[in-house]
Design a protein around this ligand. Structure first.
Ligand code: MIC
Ligand code: SF4
Length: 641
């Protein structure tokens, strides 16, 4: 029987398990990437593993999230990361070089190989046919130490593209259409593999926009074939030697097929509070807009910024709209400078920022109170922008440009003829990427730890019985931005105790960390109860690490998001499911609960307030039990198992 692309890559990297959807498998990892906000913790963990040098084919450490540097903390993190890269044989992409996913696509991704990244948008490199998966920092640390990566064999969905995008409609509308159809949980346990005649009409950066935002469906990853277009694109990046052709066999099979006719798509927009809340732009025309932001790892290729500039050519942004733009990479920045688009943008009144994540992760550029911000980004979770009551809408660069000009949500098709422009060749410039040192020099490098780098907390084994209290009862689709917000708290990423005390669930319930610590200090344990898709969104392991530090030892949910589930297990928090989902309604915040954890493969019964019994089942596998018993992956590794 023929194989699809996903199966081909997994088969050639398979270490254990069977390629049966849902079965646990382990694969070798060729490349890793980290960024600064998850990287400091990943490298502290890597250091704890005691490996002398990374054992992957290539590992890159990027600095792109925390670049505001309002005090010593972010630059201290950068210096730590640079010294770690030099010591352990990694490439180091300096601050200002651009966003990890955009640079990895341009400079490092290789079709047919595997990439594990401590960022949920790692699937961006699926745009060039790499099996690129997001994970928690600890999983990336283990991969850098040469250990295989464990995951459930995904169901592979064939997304068959036909037709061709019409003027004013672009790649963002393709992924918004998929999100409109499947929603934010529709991809869990799946890989979206693109095929069909429509693929040929999309460039690599356009494909990457689609695979990047595929993360919002909860998918394991998304992937495109590697074809002539990939070859030409790699050649333009002076990486022609990295090209490998990759396509599904004629008789490949898929678990399901989704057909998207590109010709029939119209401009779409995802409305606050979820990337899955997608509507045609025409349903919202006339809504007042206060801010427009262009960039992020989703939409900041040369094409995206150039079309945005072309629409603004010779005009001025609306007086009530503040327009910000952050290029995806220094290369794209230089490209728009060379092509003249930068000048058009400056003349139109656009505020040009660094080539970093910027407003996407609340590092500057917050909207005004109650404001509406239209962004070419991938997430619009409440509060993520830095302004609690602002609303973020997600759309293409074309829609963003139309809004920037009119001050209201506008169908770009009303602007007249679609501008034409030339795609200029990329600027290949790796001068801000420091290559690995040879081993004999690397060994002599001293790691620099400023005062912001706190040691890793130590975690104890799982007791035989958990006595405690339900600290929170939450609804569906709780994101990691709810659990462990980023934005102004980002400088605390290297300091778990402080990050936990100041930020855990702070936007949901500001009393949470105080209550949790008091319970922990009384010798009891915290429980969280949640609905469907708990932990959707980012890969930040702090969303497991910080609650664990505060004494949370079990999360009981109707279902979990993939990366967060792995992070909970890695940090010794029991992820549990309701045997009957209706039992969710029988629990409330403040209930006294107890759970016998002596036999995690046996019956799991939660006793509520000493009387009610609720049947639970594990969201972990048999193989995870030793790790959970040891209190997490690091204590387990330290015990020599
Ligand atoms: C995000 O987009 O939420 C982030 C910030 O890039 C995260 C990583 C992090 O929290 O550092 C992600 O997507 O994994
Ligand atoms: Fe950065 Fe935003 Fe992309 Fe996350 S989604 S990597 S914060 S640009």
């Amino acid at each position: 029987m023929g194989r699809n692309i996903t199966e081909k890559i997994i088969e050639s990297h398979l270490v254990s398990g069977k390629m049966v959807p849902g079965e646990e498998i382990a694969i070798t990892i060729d490349q890793t990437l980290t960024q600064d906000a998850t990287g400091t913790m990943a490298y502290l963990q890597f250091e704890a593993l005691g490996v002398p040098r990374v054992r992957t084919k290539l590992s890159v450490s990027y600095v792109d999230h925390n670049t505001l540097q309002v005090d010593f903390r972010n630059p201290d993190d950068h210096r730590y990361l640079q010294s770690v890269a030099a010591r352990y044989g990694l490439y180091f992409s300096r601050p200002g070089n651009g966003i990890c996913h955009q640079i990895h696509l341009e400079r490092f991704g290789v079709p047919g190989t595997t990439l594990l990244g401590s960022d949920s948008h790692t699937p961006t490199c699926g745009g060039l046919g790499q099996l690129a998966i997001g994970a928690g920092g600890l999983d990336v640390a283990f991969a850098m130490a040469g250990k295989p990566f464990k995951l459930k064999m995904p169901h592979v969905v064939n997304v068959r593209l036909t037709g061709k995008l019409q003027p004013w409609v672009s790649a963002k509308d393709v992924i918004l259409e998929l999100l409109r159809r499947v929603g934010v949980k529709g991809g869990v346990g799946k890989v979206f593999e693109y095929s069909g005649p429509g693929v040929k009409s999309l460039t690599v950066p356009e494909r990457a926009t689609i695979t990047n935002m595929g993360a919002e469906t909860g998918a394991t990853t998304s992937i495109f074939p590697s074809d002539e277009i990939t070859k030409e694109w790699l050649e333009a990046q002076k990486r022609g030697k990295d090209f490998v052709a990759l396509s599904a066999d004629q008789d490949a099979s898929y678990s399901e097929t989704i057909e998207i006719d590109l010709s029939s798509l119209e401009p779409l927009i995802a409305v606050d509070p979820s990337p899955g809340n997608v509507h045609p732009v025409t349903e919202l025309t006339g809504t007042k807009v206060d801010q427009v932001c262009v960039g992020s790892c989703t939409n900041s290729s040369f094409r995206d910024l150039a079309i945005f500039a072309e629409i603004l050519r010779g005009k001025t942004v609306h007086p009530n709209v503040s327009v910000l733009l952050s290029p995806g990479s220094r290369s794209v920045y230089q490209q728009i400078a060379k092509s003249g688009h930068l000048e058009i943008l400056i003349a139109a009144g656009v505020r040009i920022l660094e080539a970093t994540c910027g407003p996407c992760i609340g590092q500057g550029g917050a909207p005004p109170s109650g404001g509406i911000s239209v962004r070419t980004f991938n997430r619009n979770f409440p509060g993520r922008s830095g302004t609690k009551d602002a609303k973020v809408y997600l759309a293409s660069p074309e829609v963003a440009a139309a809004c920037a000009l009119t001050g209201e949500i506008t169908d770009p098709r009303t602007l007249g003829e679609y501008p034409k422009f030339k795609i200029v060749p990329p600027v290949v410039d790796d001068r801000l990427i420091i290559p690995p040192l040879p081993p004999e020099e690397a060994e002599k490098v001293e790691i620099i730890r400023g005062p912001n780098i706190a040691p890793l907390p130590e975690f104890d084994p799982l007791p035989e019985r958990l006595e405690g209290e339900v600290l929170l009862r939450l609804g569906d689709d709780i994101t990691t931005d709810h659990i462990q917000p980023a934005g102004r708290f980002l400088p605390l990423r290297s300091n778990v105790p402080e990050y936990a005390r100041q930020a855990t669930f702070v936007q949901v319930d500001p009393t949470f960390s105080r209550r949790a610590e008091a319970l922990r200090d009384s010798g009891k344990f915290g429980f969280i109860v949640a609905g469907e898709n708990y932990g959707q969104g980012s890969s930040r392991e702090h969303a497991g690490l910080c609650p664990r530090f505060l004494g949370v030892r079990a999360v009981i949910a109707k279902s979990f998001a993939r990366i967060h589930l792995a992070n909970l297990i890695n940090f010794g928090i029991l992820p549990l499911l309701f045997e009957n989902k209706e039992d969710y309604d029988k629990i409330k915040q403040g209930d006294k609960v107890s759970l016998d954890t002596s036999d995690l493969s046996g019956e799991l019964k939660l006793i509520v307030n000493g009387e009610l019994e609720i049947k639970l089942k594990p969201a972990f596998s048999e193989k995870d039990i030793p790790m959970l018993k040891a209190g997490g992956a690091l204590p387990l590794a330290a015990s020599g198992s």
